[in-house]
Design a protein around this ligand. Structure first.
Ligand code: FRU
Length: 326
């Protein structure tokens, strides 16, 4: 009965984001099998998942991937918290998980700097931390899981060089530049276009948000009569740019090439199928890998400090076949 109550509460938290207390320590032993303590297979574990926001489809997908992977392991309860894109709220969430004495924390931090200390505090309290997708500063965490954003940026740059025949004027709509994927997707891109005659004539920090990208693109369109392509750091940005071009009413959405990153099936991949984006690069959420890695850590196995996920490119030619590995 008690077990059902715990599971139910965990599920309710997944759905409603309410704040569940960790079950009593006696119900979730995480030390050796001394008398009265269940064997390893029957132990229960509570994982705190700190998501920086659930306002973007990609993050909803990450939480779903985590919840789905955890479902196969009845010994796991995952408590989800949504920081609503506020770094201070996310700091509090990590500290709450530490106070609750969860067994492990997974965090996808909004920004590197403000989340570095709370993660270090969790580690000091003996709670392992998996950092997912966006990084923190330094190396005080258990494991980082994510795709290689420098590589994705570089591939995007190389792709545009080829697409535009080595020269052209482009707009770069950046992600939040205090988050590591924004910095790395920019740096990689600059490497990818190095030596070509591609010029970034306009760039803006759109903080990963489609409405910001749409607004910035509107001003880029009014300032630059010739734009050959848009590099959006994510698919919502590339899509926002496309909408701005269409709204301008001069048909420029047909001449400008739009490329983005994420490749969710119902977002970027759909846009490629519809001819809105020329290409999108997959950015896997890592949710499944986070649960697999959490289980290893909880069972005392050693894990790599960094787990790098792959990427794929989706274009009109490859989209039906599920993209092409890079
Ligand atoms: C969602 C998102 C994705 C992007 C990732 C980078 O919040 O903006 O679109 O790929 O975060 O961390």
């Amino acid at each position: 009965m008690r077990r059902i109550a715990i599971l139910f509460c965990g599920f309710a938290v997944m759905l409603a984001g309410c704040q569940a207390k960790k079950p009593e320590a006696s119900e979730t032993p995480n030390t050796g099998n001394t008398s009265g303590v269940p064997a390893a297979e029957t132990r229960k574990y509570v994982i705190g998942m700190s998501q920086c926001n659930r306002g973007e489809p990609w993050r909803v997908q990450m939480d779903t991937d985590i919840a789905d992977a955890a479902k196969a392991h009845p010994e796991l309860t995952v408590l989800f918290k949504d920081a609503q894109n506020k770094a201070e709220m996310q700091q509090s969430h990590v500290r709450e998980f530490v106070q609750q004495k969860v067994d492990l924390i997974i965090i996808s931090p909004k920004e590197a700097r403000p989340l570095t200390r709370p993660v270090a505090e969790a580690m000091d309290a003996g709670i392992p931390v998996i950092v997912l997708d966006r990084k923190v500063e330094g190396d005080k965490y258990t494991c980082f899981i994510g795709a290689d954003n420098v590589k994705i940026g570089r591939e995007a740059g190389k792709y545009l060089v080829e697409l535009l025949g080595g020269k052209g004027d482009i707009v770069e709509l950046k992600g939040l530049m205090t988050s590591t994927p924004g910095q790395e997707r920019h740096n990689g891109f600059m490497e990818g276009i190095a030596g070509s005659q591609i010029k970034v004539v306009f760039d803006a920090d759109c903080q990963w948000l489609e409405p910001n990208a749409q607004r910035e693109m509107k001003s880029a369109l009014s300032r630059f009569p010739k734009i050959d392509a848009v590099y959006g750091h994510n698919d919502p940005s590339a899509h926002g740019a496309y909408l701005a071009a269409r709204q301008e009413g001069k048909g420029r959405e047909k001449t400008i090439k739009f490329i983005g990153i994420d490749a969710l099936p119902h977002e970027g991949v759909r846009y490629v199928k519809d001819g809105v984006l020329t290409a999108t690069f997959q950015y896997p959420t890592g949710g499944k890998e986070a649960i697999e890695t959490a289980l290893k850590i909880l069972k005392g196995e050693k894990v790599d400090k960094a787990i790098t996920l792959g990427t794929r490119i989706f274009t009109a030619d490859t989209v039906e076949a599920g993209g092409k590995e890079l």
